[in-house]
Design a binder for this molecule. Structure first.
Ligand code: C2E
Ligand code: CA
Ligand code: CA
Length: 693
């Protein structure tokens, strides 16, 4: 459709109603001329880009210039050749469509660029910034955060930022222009509040001579990554690597050492009596102390240049780690230091000896250090760590505040034993011990008269482990002392708790190991246990083996006397195996005697029968209660009853029972008459065995 207008004013009227594809316009018109109308048309947003063809009779350069100046798209000189005009118009229309499409795509790109978190910089071949998608002044490279920098600091930052972009883009732009393949790199600059800002820089080809640097702020992402890593691999209290990190570090170390055919040392450090500080001063003080210890350990390594790896940075590559609690490890790779590892250990001890100050108090912390050398003491992570751990324990045994290498015996000990040893050390803290109770029954009336408390270790992987296996290890390692104390405490606690619930309790016998008897201040340990739980002394019996008592008569007598003072009863355990004579026993304040299980086992064989009856009559002459343990069958029971043995313990009546089951037994009528009286004893005991643990 073509609309004709006779004057400029008429054209204006039409244009308020239609938007033409193209406008043909005479220069000379009545009233408003073509130039003025064109100006008017261009000023309106609706027709800003509408093609305008001016038809002019004047061929002078002046009017052509004005026509273009005011915004004409093209012009035609009169007289008009109508056939050419049609082509001209079609050509102009095509051009205007292309332009419209370009304009649209341009504004789309602009919108996209504005929406992107990235900043774009045109970079010339030499890496100079030629332009960016925002004016640099308004560009906030510290996006997403409030900028708290002063104007000076801000412009300094901007400057540094731009310089960094030019530097990194400059390194790659030539390559990118040549190959057309984008290159990525990263920059980091200190921003506001000394916060390190991180940017990803991607250089792509823009034109033959221009690269485009696409810069993205990845600070938050980087910080989040760092945080996650920190949480996963570092101990939040001290900032030292944690067990996880240490473990991978140790493996890496081993690999390296294997390749280089080198050695390194692993130090396992445990603070002596740390628990005491924690208990008496509280956890805050304990935490504070651990932090200070961590710092000293780190510093003492760095100061002496023990960190072997060049370029190691704090935190990421330190050789000190905290495995938990007050346990630290340290890997020494430096060859000279490994050769003089004792010097290193001594240095650590010396450094830690300097008192720590904390809220007006001074503390002295001494470490026990176990040293294991790779590859001598273990070629895998587990073995090496265990060896160091055990060596540390030996250092503790040897009087604390010292170091120890793993000894011959440690290194030849089987891994399983090592395993048990280490687990055992933690079993107490982890509450893996239990006491089971095995009833004792009187032959005179078949009443429940007492029980023996027997240790059970509920190992998380191996299930119940026999005390026959634990006790020797505990004795070797000295662990028997804390474990023994726990046993005493637990027995007293349990009895007192039952008594408080109105359950009729019977005395419980606790086994004492030799070390406990000789090394620990056993009388006061017993008193504390009784006192803590307000338990009457007559509810606690102690069993000591013959072997333990025979060591030194005078000392034994004194120690037993002290124990006796607490009011408890004492029994000789495993009697008959230790060649003790009547003369000895007479000097000790004993209350009971337990015939060793091996003799009961063989009853009613002739030899065993002779021994058992001799023991019983000897005990009677000393006015000791005689207990037979390990009684499993009717024949044994009959023999012992006939020979007036006082008490019977064994599977015949019951296996050792978990506390809950023994409690049930205490609550029931405490009589075993039915077991023996009606001739059904044998089958009943079989049933009892089958249901026991
Ligand atoms: P023990 O003091 O001679 O304890 C008696 C052992 O004989 C217990 O083994 C008990 O379960 C077992 N026994 C009881 N009746 C029978 C039976 O009729 N037949 C058979 N075959 N065995 C029976 P358990 O509990 O394995 O303890 C073994 C040893 O470990 C104990 O021998 C004792 O020397 C030591 N032990 C156990 N608990 C403790 C403890 O709390 N402290 C200390 N120091 N040693 C303990
Ligand atoms: Ca015993
Ligand atoms: Ca025994």
């Amino acid at each position: 459709m073509v609309i004709a207008a006779a004057s400029g004013a008429a054209a204006q009227k039409h244009l308020s109603r239609v938007e033409p594809d193209v406008i043909l316009l005479d220069v000379d018109m009545p009233g408003m001329d073509g130039f003025e109308l064109t100006r008017w048309i261009r000023a309106r947003p609706q027709t800003r880009y509408t093609p305008i063809v001016m038809i002019t009779g004047r061929e002078d350069a002046e009017s052509v210039n004005i026509a273009y100046e005011v915004g004409a798209t093209d012009f035609i000189v009169k007289p008009i050749s109508w056939s050419i005009l049609a082509h001209r118009v079609r050509y102009i229309l095509r051009g205007s469509h292309t332009q419209a499409a370009l304009r649209e795509s341009h504004s789309r790109v602009k919108a996209i660029v504005e929406a992107l978190p990235d900043r774009l910089y045109s970079i010339d071949e030499r890496g100079r910034v030629m332009g960016d998608n925002t004016s640099l002044a308004s560009f906030d490279p510290v996006s997403g955060t409030t900028v708290t920098m002063t104007t000076d600091a801000w412009s300094e930052f901007e400057h540094a930022f731009r310089r960094e972009i030019e530097r990194t883009a400059g390194q790659h732009v030539e390559d990118v222009l040549r190959s057309g393949r984008p290159v990525e790199s990263a920059i980091s600059i200190i921003g506001d509040n000394n916060r390190l800002r991180h940017y990803e820089v991607r250089v792509v080809k823009q034109t033959a001579k221009l690269g485009l640097a696409v810069v993205r702020d990845v600070t938050l992402q980087k910080e989040a990554d760092h945080k996650i890593r920190q949480l996963a691999y570092f101990d939040p209290l001290t900032g030292l690597p944690n067990r996880q990190y240490f473990s991978s570090e140790l493996r890496a170390c081993m690999e390296q050492a294997r390749r280089d055919d080198a050695a390194f040392a692993l130090l396992y450090i445990d603070l002596d009596h740390f628990k005491r500080i924690n208990d008496t001063l509280g956890h805050t003080a304990g935490d504070e102390l651990l932090k200070m210890v961590a710092k000293r350990l780190e510093r003492c390594l760095r100061a002496e240049d023990l960190v072997a790896r060049p370029g190691s940075t704090h935190g990421d590559d330190t050789n000190v780690a905290r495995l938990g609690g007050d346990e630290f490890t340290l890997i020494v790779r430096d060859t000279a230091a490994v050769e003089n590892i004792e010097t290193v250990a001594n240095r650590i001890i010396d450094r830690l000896k300097v008192p720590f100050e904390f809220s007006g108090h001074e503390f002295v912390v001494t470490p026990s250090i176990g040293i294991a050398l790779y590859p001598n003491d273990g070629e895998d992570e587990e073995t090496l760590l265990k060896t160091a751990d055990v060596a540390m324990y030996q250092a503790k045994q040897a009087g604390r505040s010292g170091y120890s290498f793993c000894t011959e015996t440690t290194s030849v000990r089987s891994l399983e034993r090592l395993d048990l040893e280490l687990d055992l050390r933690r079993a107490l803290e982890r509450g893996q011990f239990e006491l089971h109770y095995q009833p004792k029954v009187t032959t005179n009336g078949w009443q429940l008269t007492g029980a023996e408390a027997l240790l059970r270790w509920k190992h998380p992987e191996r299930g119940y482990i026999s005390p026959a296996r634990i006790i020797p290890i505990a004795e070797d390692t000295g662990l028997i002392v804390p474990i023994g104390r726990w046993i005493l405490q637990e027995a007293c606690r349990q009895l007192a708790s039952w008594a408080r619930q109105g359950i009729p309790i019977v005395p419980v016998s606790v086994n004492l190991s030799g070390q406990q008897f000789w090394q620990d201040d056993i009388a006061s340990v017993v008193e504390t246990a009784l006192g803590t739980y307000e338990l009457d002394a007559d509810k606690l019996h102690l069993e000591l083996t013959e072997g333990v008592l025979m060591r030194d008569v005078k000392q034994t007598r004194d120690a037993l006397q002290a124990l006796k003072q607490t009011g408890i009863s004492l029994a000789v355990d495993d009697f008959g195996t230790g060649y003790s004579s009547l003369a000895y026993l007479r000097q000790f304040p004993l209350d009971a005697l337990k015939i060793d299980r091996s003799f009961v086992d063989d009853l009613p064989e002739e030899d065993a029968a002779a021994i058992c009856s001799a023991i019983i009559s000897m005990a009677q002459s000393l006015h000791l209660t005689v207990v037979a343990e390990g009684v499993e069958n009717r024949e044994q029971l009959d023999f012992l009853t006939r020979h007036e043995c006082d008490e019977i313990q064994g599977y015949f009546f019951s296996k050792p029972l978990p506390a809950a089951e023994f409690e049930a037994m205490l609550r029931r009528e405490q009589s075993f008459v039915e077991f023996v009286g009606d001739g059904m004893g044998q089958s009943l005991s079989v049933a009892a065995n089958a249901s026991a643990t």
